[in-house]
Design a protein around this ligand. Structure first.
Ligand code: NOJ
Length: 540
């Protein structure tokens, strides 16, 4: 791969998110595991991936499928052993694949020894490790804060006669990050994995970590609509995104930077300006606060292109961009925008400036899978049954082949497999030139090999009701023009001032590859093209 020595790997890498329960089951218990992941590293290398982020693999009662950690420095036996993890790390590194763990600092499991100790008595040395508070004089909760997963965020403990705060499930009590012993314990947990050679962390709900010191009531949200989670009834202005969080993030950054070339990616759902603060005032915060713009916006060219430019414009001087189309909390891309536009979105993700993160299965166009009510496993879905909020549909087993259970497992998996697996699977798509997988692979390979794409500048060129066009240029003179039709109707891209010439190198419709481009360019509906531009001297 051609890239200057001094560019950190995480700027040029394509990152791939693995939801371990659903990736590959090697020990035939219906749940994915570390051995399963090891068995698929060759596939990821073939695809051109340079880093994997694995959702939590720590010991956990699995109330929130691993986001309720009961030991930060262990491996859950469901997934394997520490020896399996060490092997995974070695095998990944041997294939030039870096490994990011999911670090969950905001809350532990209620079965974590720290919480068990904290809950024991008001006098416990660990009492202050969590957020305990007396009720109001009438016995009600200390304030009106709500849990993201439905209901109140305060749980009464009858034994010690206080409430504890949980931003998520009551089985996920929030740590008190204002306590220095908590900070040190958590930094040590990070060091444990960094010492092993882990290349960094995706940090769970980074913007939740510090709460208002006075625990003031959150104001009502005037825009709340019934179909939304009850959490949205209030604006979380006192329970999240507090100014003091940035000092914590800066400390985490120091811990990681002490190890050299590692990375912190922060999970943060906030408007652009607030998000930017997580880069830190001196670029000393998270290396990459996750950018979820493309997950939330309507799939319309004007909105998307405006958001890209707004994001690019808001980035701090040293801040490196990143892009995401899917994750384990959100509906799958194909189910949001359709199979045809999902191909256009792939071109967008892999040609924008900034690190792309790909959600497992999106590269083969996996869909959200309807899960019958009696099979729902996700607590968010179970707690608010009338709102259709279960995240199970986007967490179904990876579809590897047309064998039973899609080659994910030899036994019935923990969540049902998509009925479409006979058609939508890696094996079927691998050698099919027209498949989603082939498109992803071509885009990734192109991106990996072209400094213009993996680190060059981004220049918006045109945007209409239908299309978005932009250029990517490297300092060495290589340039690409990307034109995307975000509608299903044909459209024309008119070249006005400067006449650009070149050749299509990758397209949503592979037939277009090698087509020369000059003057006006006509695109079919749902079409996206990547054009290698002729050097400027050859441009008329
Ligand atoms: C964000 C994670 O992505 C989600 O899956 C989890 O339920 C919450 N954080 C709570 O940890």
């Amino acid at each position: 791969m051609s890239m200057p020595e001094n560019v950190p790997w995480w700027k040029t890498a394509v990152i791939y998110q693995i939801y371990p329960r659903s990736f590959s089951d090697a020990n035939r218990d219906g749940i994915g595991d570390l051995q399963g992941i090891i068995g698929k590293l060759d596939y990821l290398q073939w695809l051109g991936i340079r880093a994997i982020w694995i959702s939590p693999i720590y010991p956990s009662p699995m109330a929130d499928f691993g986001y309720d950690v009961s030991d930060y420095t262990g491996i859950n036996p469901i997934f394997g052993t520490m020896a399996d993890f060490d092997r995974l790390l070695n095998e990944a590194h041997a294939r030039d694949l870096n490994v990011l763990l999911d670090f969950v600092p905001n809350h532990t499991s209620d079965r974590h020894p720290w919480f068990i100790e904290s809950k024991r008595s008001k006098a416990s040395p660990k009492r202050d490790w969590y957020i305990w508070h007396d009720g109001k004089p009438d016995g009600s909760a200390p304030n009106n804060w709500k849990s993201v997963f439905g209901g109140d965020a305060w749980e009464w403990d009858a034994d010690t006669e206080q409430y504890y705060y949980h931003g998520f499930l009551k089985e996920q009590p929030d740590l008190n990050w204002r306590n220095s012993a908590v900070q040190e314990a958590m930094y040590n947990a990070m060091r444990f994995w960094l010492d092993k050679g882990v290349d960094g962390f995706r940090v769970d709900v980074m913007w939740h970590m510090i709460k208002d010191a006075q625990l003031r009531d959150n104001p009502p949200n005037p825009d709340y609509v019934e179909s939304q989670p009850t959490y949205n009834q209030l604006l979380p202005v006192y329970s999240t995104d507090q100014p003091e969080v940035h000092a914590i993030v800066a400390e985490m950054r120091k811990v990681v930077d002490a190890y050299g070339d590692r990375v912190i990616i922060g999970e943060i759902y906030l408007p652009i300006q607030q998000l930017m603060a997580y880069y830190g005032p001196q670029n000393d915060g998270a290396h990459m606060p996750f950018n979820f713009l493309l997950l939330n916006l309507p799939w319309h060219a004007p909105e998307i292109s405006a958001a890209i430019d707004q994001y690019e414009g808001a980035l701090p001087a040293e801040g490196w961009p990143n892009w995401v189309l899917g994750n384990h909390d959100r509906p799958r891309l194909t189910s949001r925008i359709g199979e045809h536009q999902a191909r256009v979105a792939a071109v967008l993700l892999l040609t924008l400036r900034g690190t792309p993160t790909l959600y497992y299965g999106d590269e083969i166009g996996m869909h959200d899978v309807p899960i019958p009510a009696e099979e729902i496993r996700d607590p968010q879905g179970l707690n608010m049954p009338d709102k259709d909020l279960s995240r199970d549909p986007c967490r179904t087993p990876m579809q590897w082949s047309d064998r039973p259970y899609a080659g994910f497992s030899e036994v019935a998996p923990w969540l049902r497999v998509d009925k479409k697996y006979a058609r939508v699977n890696v094996e079927a798509q691998r050698n099919n030139y027209f498949s989603m997988l082939s498109l992803y692979r071509k885009l990734i390979q192109l991106r990996n090999g072209e400094p213009a794409l993996n680190q060059g500048t981004y220049t918006p060129i045109s945007s209409t009701d239908q299309l978005i066009a932009y250029r990517r240029d490297s300092p060495h003179g290589d340039s690409f023009l990307i034109i995307l039709n975000l509608t299903s109707r044909p459209c024309r891209y008119r070249q006005t001032d400067l006449l650009l010439k070149g050749q299509v190198v990758v397209a949503t419709a592979p037939e277009l590859e090698d087509t020369p481009i000059e003057a006006d360019i006509y695109l079919s509906g749902d079409e996206g093209i990547v054009v290698r531009l002729e050097p400027i001297g050859n441009t008329s």
